[in-house]
Design a protein around this ligand. Structure first.
Ligand code: ADP
Length: 286
């Protein structure tokens, strides 16, 4: 279990990126959902021991993460938002190299591990290609393969599907969902569908603060019977925003679907709709 307590961080330029963040994260896939600039990467990098917070603590089991970074790194698999430079080496060579760094010293064992990983992420047939020539989706799958070396107990994936096309995204999410339930996996994303498809627990973060935490179904229950939708003209949006608690307005075949939050039936042509995670998200990030 990962226990984050009262974590705060202000960057030297004065940006208050994390404000007293506390979260308890159990085994399974946890979704950290928030808009760009919410503080997700700051939080992920702190958990991954890549940067320090100003105050607060992080415990992973009995590892005090901010004090005992080396211990945490032994059980961590990290897929950063950006790898930076992709070298002119093949995926197979790179995995061998990383496995050796992570302590898989036996050559035969390493060879079997690398082969199994390449097969798992569906890159075996591209194993000899330079990473520099990989597509976005292939790079992300390679990222998962390297993160899985060393049987991590905690895997952090930071914005993995940003920039992937729909087919690549589907493939990547399928791969994530196969990793297993007996470790903590944190998926940081601004894509609501990634969380609704994959996660059994989640939090919404915005402006450096945790706005909401819980199981998606339980969060949906809080809005059940309170979301109403109506198709209106674009010019009417401003008026509706004045008159109703608008959750979001979405373009739909050239018109606008407006979704509002109301305990009572607003009438006026509105119809009750089932709340989605998107409604929860937009109700909480403002
Ligand atoms: P997210 O991952 O949710 O997009 P970040 O953690 O990257 O959010 O950023 C949170 C806020 O902190 C943003 O306002 C961002 O501009 C700022 N920020 C992030 N990293 C740094 C840094 N190294 N120095 C200064 N400001 C930063």
């Amino acid at each position: 279990m990962l226990q984050i307590s009262n974590l705060s961080k202000t960057y030297p330029n004065g940006v208050h990126a994390l404000k007293n963040v506390s979260l308890t994260i159990d085994n399974g896939m946890f979704g950290l959902l928030g808009p760009n600039g919410a503080g997700k990467s700051s939080l992920m990098r702190t958990i991954a021991t890549l940067q320090d917070a100003d105050s607060g603590s992080i415990m992973f089991g009995d590892i005090d993460v901010m004090k005992d970074k080396a211990e945490l790194r032994k059980v961590l698999g990290y897929l950063p938002q950006e790898f930076g430079v992709y070298p002119n080496v093949s995926a197979e060579e790179m995995l061998h190299y990383i496995a050796r760094l992570k302590g898989v010293a036996d050559g035969r064992e390493r060879k079997e591990l690398v082969k199994a990983l390449l097969e798992q992420v569906n890159l075996y047939q591209h194993r000899n290609k330079y990473l520099a020539g990989y597509s976005g989706g292939m790079k992300q799958r390679f990222g998962i393969a390297q993160a899985l070396i060393g049987n991590p107990k905690l895997i952090i994936v930071d914005e993995p599907t940003a920039g992937l096309d729909p087919a690549e995204r589907l493939r990547f999410n399928n791969l994530l969902s196969e990793i297993g339930e007996n470790i903590v996996i944190i998926l940081s994303t601004h894509i609501v569908d990634d969380v609704s498809e994959l996660c059994n627990d989640m939090a919404i973060i915005a402006g450096g603060e945790v706005k909401l935490k819980g199981h998606p179904d339980a969060l949906l229950d809080t809005l059940r019977g309170r979301v109403w939708a109506k198709r209106i003209r674009k010019e009417e949006v401003a008026t509706y925003q004045e008159q109703y608690k608008v959750i979001l307005s979405k373009l739909s075949s050239g018109q606008v679907m407006v979704y509002v939050n109301s305990d009572a039936d607003p009438a006026n042509g509105f119809e009750a709709v089932k709340p989605t995670l998107e409604d929860i998200y937009f109700s909480n990030i403002a």
